[in-house]
Design a protein around this ligand. Structure first.
Ligand SMILES: NC(=O)c1ccc[n+]([C@@H]2O[C@H](COP(=O)([O-])OP(=O)(O)OC[C@H]3O[C@@H](n4cnc5c(N)ncnc54)[C@H](O)[C@@H]3O)[C@@H](O)[C@H]2O)c1
Length: 436
Protein backbone atom coordinates (compact mmCIF):
# COMPACT_ATOMS: atom_id res chain seq x y z
CA UNK A 1 0.00 0.00 0.00
CA UNK A 2 1.29 3.44 -0.90
CA UNK A 3 2.06 5.59 2.13
CA UNK A 4 -0.36 8.49 2.10
CA UNK A 5 1.02 11.87 3.13
CA UNK A 6 -2.13 13.36 4.61
CA UNK A 7 -0.45 16.65 5.46
CA UNK A 8 0.68 17.29 1.91
CA UNK A 9 -2.60 16.11 0.42
CA UNK A 10 -4.70 18.28 2.69
CA UNK A 11 -2.60 21.40 2.15
CA UNK A 12 -2.84 20.90 -1.60
CA UNK A 13 -6.61 20.51 -1.31
CA UNK A 14 -6.84 23.66 0.83
CA UNK A 15 -4.76 25.72 -1.56
CA UNK A 16 -6.84 24.67 -4.56
CA UNK A 17 -10.02 25.35 -2.54
CA UNK A 18 -11.24 21.81 -2.96
CA UNK A 19 -12.03 21.29 0.70
CA UNK A 20 -15.28 20.95 2.58
CA UNK A 21 -15.57 22.75 5.89
CA UNK A 22 -17.81 21.40 8.64
CA UNK A 23 -18.97 23.90 11.22
CA UNK A 24 -20.53 22.61 14.41
CA UNK A 25 -22.68 25.09 16.34
CA UNK A 26 -24.32 27.72 14.13
CA UNK A 27 -24.67 30.59 16.59
CA UNK A 28 -23.10 34.02 16.78
CA UNK A 29 -19.70 32.55 15.92
CA UNK A 30 -20.49 29.57 13.70
CA UNK A 31 -23.02 31.20 11.38
CA UNK A 32 -20.83 34.14 10.27
CA UNK A 33 -17.86 31.78 9.91
CA UNK A 34 -19.94 29.50 7.67
CA UNK A 35 -20.85 32.47 5.49
CA UNK A 36 -17.22 33.53 5.28
CA UNK A 37 -16.20 30.03 4.16
CA UNK A 38 -19.05 29.84 1.62
CA UNK A 39 -18.10 33.22 0.18
CA UNK A 40 -14.54 31.98 -0.27
CA UNK A 41 -15.89 29.14 -2.37
CA UNK A 42 -15.63 26.30 0.13
CA UNK A 43 -18.31 23.70 0.42
CA UNK A 44 -19.85 24.08 3.87
CA UNK A 45 -21.49 21.49 6.08
CA UNK A 46 -23.27 23.13 8.99
CA UNK A 47 -24.35 21.22 12.08
CA UNK A 48 -26.50 22.30 14.99
CA UNK A 49 -28.49 20.26 17.47
CA UNK A 50 -31.09 23.03 17.42
CA UNK A 51 -33.43 21.87 14.64
CA UNK A 52 -35.17 25.23 14.45
CA UNK A 53 -31.91 26.88 13.35
CA UNK A 54 -31.39 24.27 10.62
CA UNK A 55 -34.95 24.82 9.38
CA UNK A 56 -34.48 28.59 9.27
CA UNK A 57 -31.23 28.33 7.33
CA UNK A 58 -32.80 25.95 4.85
CA UNK A 59 -35.59 28.44 4.22
CA UNK A 60 -33.04 31.26 3.70
CA UNK A 61 -34.03 32.96 6.91
CA UNK A 62 -31.49 34.54 9.22
CA UNK A 63 -32.04 34.28 12.99
CA UNK A 64 -29.29 36.78 13.83
CA UNK A 65 -30.19 40.43 13.31
CA UNK A 66 -26.87 41.51 11.84
CA UNK A 67 -26.80 38.70 9.28
CA UNK A 68 -29.08 39.27 6.35
CA UNK A 69 -31.13 36.70 4.47
CA UNK A 70 -29.10 37.25 1.30
CA UNK A 71 -26.04 35.81 3.00
CA UNK A 72 -28.02 32.78 4.11
CA UNK A 73 -28.99 32.28 0.48
CA UNK A 74 -25.30 32.26 -0.50
CA UNK A 75 -24.78 29.70 2.24
CA UNK A 76 -27.44 27.41 0.81
CA UNK A 77 -25.91 27.46 -2.66
CA UNK A 78 -23.02 25.27 -1.66
CA UNK A 79 -23.95 24.30 1.86
CA UNK A 80 -25.62 21.38 3.62
CA UNK A 81 -27.23 21.78 7.00
CA UNK A 82 -28.29 19.16 9.45
CA UNK A 83 -28.81 18.32 13.08
CA UNK A 84 -27.32 14.87 12.42
CA UNK A 85 -23.57 14.35 12.26
CA UNK A 86 -23.32 11.77 9.46
CA UNK A 87 -21.88 14.30 7.00
CA UNK A 88 -18.88 14.84 9.27
CA UNK A 89 -17.22 12.10 7.18
CA UNK A 90 -17.31 14.43 4.17
CA UNK A 91 -15.53 17.32 5.89
CA UNK A 92 -11.82 18.04 5.54
CA UNK A 93 -11.84 20.72 8.20
CA UNK A 94 -14.14 20.49 11.22
CA UNK A 95 -14.57 23.55 13.41
CA UNK A 96 -16.28 23.50 16.80
CA UNK A 97 -18.20 26.68 17.63
CA UNK A 98 -20.34 25.28 20.43
CA UNK A 99 -21.18 27.23 23.60
CA UNK A 100 -18.94 27.27 26.66
CA UNK A 101 -21.15 28.77 29.37
CA UNK A 102 -21.02 28.55 33.14
CA UNK A 103 -23.00 26.16 35.28
CA UNK A 104 -23.09 26.72 39.04
CA UNK A 105 -20.51 29.46 38.47
CA UNK A 106 -18.07 26.98 36.98
CA UNK A 107 -16.90 26.29 33.42
CA UNK A 108 -19.34 24.01 31.66
CA UNK A 109 -17.66 22.29 28.73
CA UNK A 110 -20.34 19.67 28.24
CA UNK A 111 -21.06 20.90 24.69
CA UNK A 112 -17.46 20.29 23.59
CA UNK A 113 -17.45 16.84 25.20
CA UNK A 114 -20.78 15.86 23.68
CA UNK A 115 -19.75 17.08 20.23
CA UNK A 116 -16.61 14.93 20.25
CA UNK A 117 -18.66 11.97 21.43
CA UNK A 118 -21.20 12.44 18.62
CA UNK A 119 -18.73 12.97 15.79
CA UNK A 120 -16.14 10.38 16.80
CA UNK A 121 -17.67 7.54 14.82
CA UNK A 122 -17.82 9.64 11.64
CA UNK A 123 -14.20 10.79 11.69
CA UNK A 124 -11.89 9.55 8.93
CA UNK A 125 -8.17 9.82 8.32
CA UNK A 126 -6.88 13.04 6.83
CA UNK A 127 -9.25 15.39 8.66
CA UNK A 128 -8.56 18.44 10.80
CA UNK A 129 -10.41 19.40 13.97
CA UNK A 130 -10.22 22.95 15.28
CA UNK A 131 -11.74 24.27 18.48
CA UNK A 132 -12.98 27.87 18.25
CA UNK A 133 -15.03 27.83 21.46
CA UNK A 134 -13.39 29.82 24.22
CA UNK A 135 -12.16 27.71 27.12
CA UNK A 136 -9.36 27.37 29.67
CA UNK A 137 -5.87 26.35 28.57
CA UNK A 138 -5.69 22.60 28.15
CA UNK A 139 -9.21 22.07 26.82
CA UNK A 140 -8.20 21.17 23.25
CA UNK A 141 -5.69 18.62 24.45
CA UNK A 142 -7.83 17.18 27.24
CA UNK A 143 -11.17 17.06 25.45
CA UNK A 144 -10.21 16.51 21.81
CA UNK A 145 -6.67 15.23 21.41
CA UNK A 146 -6.74 12.79 24.32
CA UNK A 147 -10.11 11.44 23.20
CA UNK A 148 -8.89 10.67 19.68
CA UNK A 149 -5.22 9.75 19.96
CA UNK A 150 -5.97 6.07 20.40
CA UNK A 151 -7.64 5.83 17.03
CA UNK A 152 -5.50 8.31 15.13
CA UNK A 153 -1.90 9.29 14.77
CA UNK A 154 -2.26 13.00 15.58
CA UNK A 155 -0.16 15.16 13.31
CA UNK A 156 0.05 12.37 10.68
CA UNK A 157 -3.50 11.30 9.87
CA UNK A 158 -5.53 13.70 12.01
CA UNK A 159 -4.73 17.34 12.68
CA UNK A 160 -5.82 19.16 15.80
CA UNK A 161 -5.63 22.79 16.90
CA UNK A 162 -7.26 25.79 18.49
CA UNK A 163 -8.08 29.15 16.97
CA UNK A 164 -9.71 31.97 18.92
CA UNK A 165 -12.69 33.94 17.75
CA UNK A 166 -12.43 37.74 17.78
CA UNK A 167 -15.82 39.09 16.78
CA UNK A 168 -16.55 42.55 18.10
CA UNK A 169 -20.35 42.37 18.11
CA UNK A 170 -21.97 45.34 16.43
CA UNK A 171 -18.61 46.75 15.29
CA UNK A 172 -16.40 44.68 13.00
CA UNK A 173 -18.76 41.95 11.97
CA UNK A 174 -18.65 42.51 8.25
CA UNK A 175 -14.91 42.66 8.39
CA UNK A 176 -13.97 39.79 10.67
CA UNK A 177 -11.65 38.53 7.94
CA UNK A 178 -9.47 41.62 8.55
CA UNK A 179 -8.98 40.88 12.25
CA UNK A 180 -5.69 39.01 12.79
CA UNK A 181 -6.50 35.34 13.40
CA UNK A 182 -4.68 33.45 16.14
CA UNK A 183 -4.02 29.83 15.19
CA UNK A 184 -2.27 26.93 16.86
CA UNK A 185 -1.75 23.25 16.33
CA UNK A 186 -0.60 20.16 18.15
CA UNK A 187 2.44 19.57 15.94
CA UNK A 188 4.32 21.23 13.11
CA UNK A 189 2.06 19.52 10.58
CA UNK A 190 -1.08 20.56 12.45
CA UNK A 191 0.10 24.19 12.55
CA UNK A 192 0.93 24.09 8.90
CA UNK A 193 -2.46 22.66 7.82
CA UNK A 194 -4.42 24.97 10.11
CA UNK A 195 -2.57 28.15 9.18
CA UNK A 196 -2.88 27.29 5.49
CA UNK A 197 -6.60 26.92 5.94
CA UNK A 198 -7.17 30.16 7.84
CA UNK A 199 -4.95 32.18 5.53
CA UNK A 200 -7.45 31.37 2.77
CA UNK A 201 -10.05 33.27 4.78
CA UNK A 202 -8.28 35.79 7.01
CA UNK A 203 -5.88 38.50 5.88
CA UNK A 204 -3.46 38.00 8.77
CA UNK A 205 -2.52 34.85 10.68
CA UNK A 206 -0.77 34.90 14.06
CA UNK A 207 0.74 31.54 14.96
CA UNK A 208 0.97 30.58 18.63
CA UNK A 209 3.67 28.12 19.49
CA UNK A 210 1.49 25.95 21.69
CA UNK A 211 -2.23 25.29 21.73
CA UNK A 212 -2.41 26.37 25.39
CA UNK A 213 -0.79 29.72 24.54
CA UNK A 214 -3.52 30.38 21.97
CA UNK A 215 -6.25 29.31 24.41
CA UNK A 216 -4.79 31.48 27.18
CA UNK A 217 -4.37 34.49 24.85
CA UNK A 218 -8.11 34.57 24.18
CA UNK A 219 -8.82 34.62 27.91
CA UNK A 220 -6.17 37.26 28.48
CA UNK A 221 -7.83 39.51 25.88
CA UNK A 222 -11.18 39.26 27.61
CA UNK A 223 -9.84 39.48 31.15
CA UNK A 224 -7.95 42.62 30.13
CA UNK A 225 -11.30 44.13 29.20
CA UNK A 226 -13.13 42.86 32.25
CA UNK A 227 -10.45 44.17 34.64
CA UNK A 228 -10.23 47.58 32.97
CA UNK A 229 -14.01 47.95 32.85
CA UNK A 230 -14.14 46.93 36.52
CA UNK A 231 -11.48 49.51 37.31
CA UNK A 232 -13.22 52.35 35.50
CA UNK A 233 -16.54 51.36 37.04
CA UNK A 234 -14.89 51.64 40.44
CA UNK A 235 -13.52 55.05 39.47
CA UNK A 236 -17.08 56.06 38.63
CA UNK A 237 -18.20 55.14 42.15
CA UNK A 238 -15.28 57.15 43.55
CA UNK A 239 -16.04 60.16 41.32
CA UNK A 240 -19.65 60.01 42.55
CA UNK A 241 -18.42 60.56 46.11
CA UNK A 242 -16.57 63.66 44.91
CA UNK A 243 -19.73 64.73 43.06
CA UNK A 244 -17.72 64.78 39.84
CA UNK A 245 -18.71 63.38 36.47
CA UNK A 246 -16.47 60.43 35.57
CA UNK A 247 -16.99 61.01 31.83
CA UNK A 248 -15.54 64.52 32.08
CA UNK A 249 -12.55 63.14 33.97
CA UNK A 250 -12.02 60.41 31.35
CA UNK A 251 -12.26 62.92 28.54
CA UNK A 252 -9.45 64.98 30.06
CA UNK A 253 -7.29 61.93 30.88
CA UNK A 254 -7.76 60.57 27.34
CA UNK A 255 -5.93 63.57 25.93
CA UNK A 256 -2.71 61.87 27.03
CA UNK A 257 -1.27 60.40 23.83
CA UNK A 258 0.58 57.54 25.53
CA UNK A 259 0.15 55.18 28.47
CA UNK A 260 -3.61 55.69 28.79
CA UNK A 261 -6.14 53.47 27.03
CA UNK A 262 -9.70 54.67 27.36
CA UNK A 263 -12.35 52.44 28.92
CA UNK A 264 -15.83 53.72 29.71
CA UNK A 265 -17.92 52.87 32.74
CA UNK A 266 -21.41 51.46 32.33
CA UNK A 267 -24.16 49.62 34.19
CA UNK A 268 -22.18 46.34 34.29
CA UNK A 269 -20.77 43.97 31.72
CA UNK A 270 -22.79 41.54 29.62
CA UNK A 271 -22.62 39.26 26.62
CA UNK A 272 -21.23 35.80 26.17
CA UNK A 273 -17.59 36.70 26.86
CA UNK A 274 -16.66 39.33 29.44
CA UNK A 275 -18.72 38.04 32.39
CA UNK A 276 -17.96 34.39 31.65
CA UNK A 277 -14.52 33.83 30.17
CA UNK A 278 -12.51 35.19 33.13
CA UNK A 279 -14.10 32.56 35.35
CA UNK A 280 -12.73 29.85 33.06
CA UNK A 281 -9.19 30.95 33.77
CA UNK A 282 -9.74 31.60 37.48
CA UNK A 283 -11.21 28.12 37.90
CA UNK A 284 -8.26 26.37 36.30
CA UNK A 285 -5.72 28.61 38.00
CA UNK A 286 -7.22 27.81 41.42
CA UNK A 287 -6.94 24.12 40.60
CA UNK A 288 -3.26 24.74 40.02
CA UNK A 289 -2.98 26.38 43.45
CA UNK A 290 -3.08 30.06 42.56
CA UNK A 291 -6.00 32.35 43.25
CA UNK A 292 -6.01 35.27 40.75
CA UNK A 293 -7.55 38.25 42.55
CA UNK A 294 -8.08 40.78 39.76
CA UNK A 295 -10.57 38.49 38.05
CA UNK A 296 -12.95 38.23 40.98
CA UNK A 297 -12.46 41.82 42.02
CA UNK A 298 -13.44 43.15 38.60
CA UNK A 299 -16.37 40.73 38.30
CA UNK A 300 -17.63 41.93 41.72
CA UNK A 301 -17.24 45.59 40.80
CA UNK A 302 -18.99 45.07 37.48
CA UNK A 303 -21.97 43.73 39.45
CA UNK A 304 -21.76 46.38 42.20
CA UNK A 305 -22.27 49.27 39.75
CA UNK A 306 -25.80 48.05 39.20
CA UNK A 307 -26.61 48.25 42.92
CA UNK A 308 -25.30 51.81 42.90
CA UNK A 309 -27.59 52.57 39.96
CA UNK A 310 -30.60 51.12 41.76
CA UNK A 311 -29.87 53.31 44.78
CA UNK A 312 -29.91 56.31 42.47
CA UNK A 313 -33.29 55.30 41.05
CA UNK A 314 -34.78 55.24 44.54
CA UNK A 315 -33.04 58.45 45.47
CA UNK A 316 -34.55 60.18 42.43
CA UNK A 317 -38.01 58.81 43.18
CA UNK A 318 -37.75 60.10 46.74
CA UNK A 319 -36.48 63.46 45.59
CA UNK A 320 -39.47 63.87 43.29
CA UNK A 321 -41.85 62.48 45.93
CA UNK A 322 -42.97 59.60 43.74
CA UNK A 323 -44.13 56.58 45.73
CA UNK A 324 -42.55 53.28 44.65
CA UNK A 325 -45.85 51.70 43.64
CA UNK A 326 -46.70 54.66 41.41
CA UNK A 327 -43.27 55.00 39.79
CA UNK A 328 -43.16 54.77 36.01
CA UNK A 329 -39.80 53.73 34.67
CA UNK A 330 -38.51 53.44 31.14
CA UNK A 331 -35.41 51.41 30.33
CA UNK A 332 -33.68 52.60 27.20
CA UNK A 333 -31.63 49.83 25.62
CA UNK A 334 -32.11 46.29 26.85
CA UNK A 335 -29.36 44.43 24.97
CA UNK A 336 -25.99 44.09 26.68
CA UNK A 337 -24.12 46.27 24.21
CA UNK A 338 -24.92 49.08 21.82
CA UNK A 339 -26.14 48.30 18.31
CA UNK A 340 -26.67 44.57 18.90
CA UNK A 341 -29.74 42.42 19.56
CA UNK A 342 -28.04 40.12 22.07
CA UNK A 343 -29.61 39.86 25.52
CA UNK A 344 -27.18 37.43 27.09
CA UNK A 345 -26.08 38.49 30.59
CA UNK A 346 -27.40 41.99 29.89
CA UNK A 347 -27.21 44.42 32.83
CA UNK A 348 -30.53 45.91 31.66
CA UNK A 349 -32.20 42.52 32.11
CA UNK A 350 -30.74 42.29 35.60
CA UNK A 351 -32.05 45.78 36.34
CA UNK A 352 -35.51 44.90 35.06
CA UNK A 353 -35.55 41.77 37.17
CA UNK A 354 -34.50 43.60 40.34
CA UNK A 355 -37.00 46.44 39.82
CA UNK A 356 -39.82 43.95 39.31
CA UNK A 357 -38.80 42.14 42.48
CA UNK A 358 -38.83 45.49 44.28
CA UNK A 359 -42.45 45.76 43.20
CA UNK A 360 -42.08 48.54 40.68
CA UNK A 361 -44.80 47.45 38.32
CA UNK A 362 -44.94 50.17 35.76
CA UNK A 363 -41.82 49.46 33.74
CA UNK A 364 -41.38 49.60 29.98
CA UNK A 365 -38.42 49.29 27.73
CA UNK A 366 -37.46 50.63 24.36
CA UNK A 367 -34.81 49.10 22.17
CA UNK A 368 -34.54 49.54 18.41
CA UNK A 369 -32.95 46.08 18.16
CA UNK A 370 -35.41 44.20 20.36
CA UNK A 371 -39.08 44.61 19.65
CA UNK A 372 -40.54 41.49 21.17
CA UNK A 373 -41.28 40.65 24.75
CA UNK A 374 -38.37 39.24 26.70
CA UNK A 375 -37.89 35.58 27.23
CA UNK A 376 -34.42 34.69 28.47
CA UNK A 377 -33.10 32.15 30.91
CA UNK A 378 -32.98 34.93 33.49
CA UNK A 379 -36.33 36.58 32.93
CA UNK A 380 -39.69 36.56 31.19
CA UNK A 381 -41.23 39.96 30.62
CA UNK A 382 -44.40 39.85 28.64
CA UNK A 383 -44.76 43.38 27.33
CA UNK A 384 -43.20 44.31 24.03
CA UNK A 385 -40.78 47.20 23.69
CA UNK A 386 -42.29 50.63 23.06
CA UNK A 387 -41.26 53.21 20.48
CA UNK A 388 -39.57 56.46 21.36
CA UNK A 389 -42.15 59.19 20.83
CA UNK A 390 -42.78 62.45 22.69
CA UNK A 391 -45.98 61.02 24.21
CA UNK A 392 -44.35 57.80 25.29
CA UNK A 393 -41.33 59.51 26.82
CA UNK A 394 -43.35 62.01 28.81
CA UNK A 395 -45.34 59.22 30.49
CA UNK A 396 -42.38 58.09 32.58
CA UNK A 397 -40.91 59.52 35.76
CA UNK A 398 -37.40 58.30 34.96
CA UNK A 399 -35.82 57.22 31.67
CA UNK A 400 -32.74 55.13 32.32
CA UNK A 401 -30.24 54.96 29.50
CA UNK A 402 -28.72 51.49 29.87
CA UNK A 403 -27.47 50.82 26.35
CA UNK A 404 -26.66 53.76 24.11
CA UNK A 405 -27.72 52.46 20.69
CA UNK A 406 -26.87 54.77 17.79
CA UNK A 407 -30.44 54.41 16.53
CA UNK A 408 -31.90 56.26 19.53
CA UNK A 409 -33.12 59.80 18.97
CA UNK A 410 -31.18 61.43 21.83
CA UNK A 411 -32.54 64.90 21.15
CA UNK A 412 -36.07 63.65 21.57
CA UNK A 413 -35.15 61.59 24.60
CA UNK A 414 -33.67 64.67 26.25
CA UNK A 415 -36.51 66.94 25.31
CA UNK A 416 -39.41 64.77 26.43
CA UNK A 417 -38.08 62.75 29.37
CA UNK A 418 -38.91 64.05 32.83
CA UNK A 419 -35.73 62.73 34.41
CA UNK A 420 -32.82 60.89 32.84
CA UNK A 421 -30.44 58.49 34.53
CA UNK A 422 -27.59 58.15 32.08
CA UNK A 423 -25.16 55.27 32.59
CA UNK A 424 -23.31 55.88 29.32
CA UNK A 425 -22.27 59.52 29.34
CA UNK A 426 -24.47 60.42 26.36
CA UNK A 427 -25.99 63.45 28.09
CA UNK A 428 -24.42 66.28 30.06
CA UNK A 429 -25.33 66.29 33.75
CA UNK A 430 -27.86 69.02 34.53
CA UNK A 431 -31.11 69.49 36.44
CA UNK A 432 -32.75 66.77 34.34
CA UNK A 433 -29.83 64.39 33.86
CA UNK A 434 -28.18 62.36 36.61
CA UNK A 435 -25.12 60.26 35.93
CA UNK A 436 -26.09 56.61 36.45
N1 LIG B 1 -20.51 35.57 20.53
C1 LIG B 1 -19.32 36.07 20.49
O1 LIG B 1 -19.19 37.26 20.21
C2 LIG B 1 -18.08 35.24 20.77
C3 LIG B 1 -16.83 35.82 20.59
C4 LIG B 1 -15.67 35.06 20.81
C5 LIG B 1 -15.79 33.75 21.23
N2 LIG B 1 -17.01 33.17 21.42
C6 LIG B 1 -17.06 31.77 21.83
O2 LIG B 1 -17.55 30.98 20.76
C7 LIG B 1 -18.32 29.88 21.26
C8 LIG B 1 -19.71 29.92 20.64
O3 LIG B 1 -20.37 31.10 21.02
P1 LIG B 1 -21.67 31.65 20.31
O4 LIG B 1 -21.83 33.04 20.78
O5 LIG B 1 -21.62 31.38 18.85
O6 LIG B 1 -22.77 30.69 20.97
P2 LIG B 1 -24.29 30.47 20.49
O7 LIG B 1 -25.02 30.01 21.68
O8 LIG B 1 -24.76 31.67 19.72
O9 LIG B 1 -24.18 29.30 19.43
C9 LIG B 1 -23.80 28.01 19.74
C10 LIG B 1 -24.61 27.04 18.90
O10 LIG B 1 -24.13 25.73 19.16
C11 LIG B 1 -25.24 24.84 19.17
N3 LIG B 1 -24.85 23.63 19.88
C12 LIG B 1 -24.76 23.39 21.19
N4 LIG B 1 -24.30 22.14 21.43
C13 LIG B 1 -24.10 21.57 20.23
C14 LIG B 1 -23.65 20.29 19.82
N5 LIG B 1 -23.31 19.36 20.70
N6 LIG B 1 -23.58 20.05 18.51
C15 LIG B 1 -23.95 20.99 17.61
N7 LIG B 1 -24.37 22.20 17.93
C16 LIG B 1 -24.45 22.50 19.23
C17 LIG B 1 -26.34 25.62 19.80
O11 LIG B 1 -27.60 25.12 19.44
C18 LIG B 1 -26.09 27.02 19.22
O12 LIG B 1 -26.81 27.23 18.03
C19 LIG B 1 -18.30 30.03 22.77
O13 LIG B 1 -17.25 29.26 23.29
C20 LIG B 1 -17.99 31.50 22.98
O14 LIG B 1 -17.35 31.72 24.22
C21 LIG B 1 -18.16 33.91 21.19
Amino acid sequence: VKNINYTKDLIKKINTKKISVGIIGLGYVGLPLSILCAKKGFKVYGFDIDESKIKKIKSNYSYIERINNKDIKILNKNGFFSSKFKNISNCDIIILCVPTPLKNKRPYIYHIKSTIKSIKKFLVKGQTIILESTSYPGTTNEEILNKLNKDFDIGKDLFIGFSSERINPGVNENKIHNVPKVVSGHSKNCKSVISNFYSQIFSKIVIANKIEIAEFSKLLENIYRSVNIGFINEMKLVADRFKLDIFEIIKIASSKPFGFRRFDPGPGTGGHCIPIDPIYLAYKSKKLGFNPRFIELSADTNIKVLSALIKKIFYLLKKHKIPKNKAKILILGISYKKNVDDLRESAAIRLLDILLKKRIKNISFSDPHIKNSINTRALTFNSRGINITPQNLSKFDISILMTDHDKFNYKMIYQYSKNILDTRGRFKVDSKVTRG
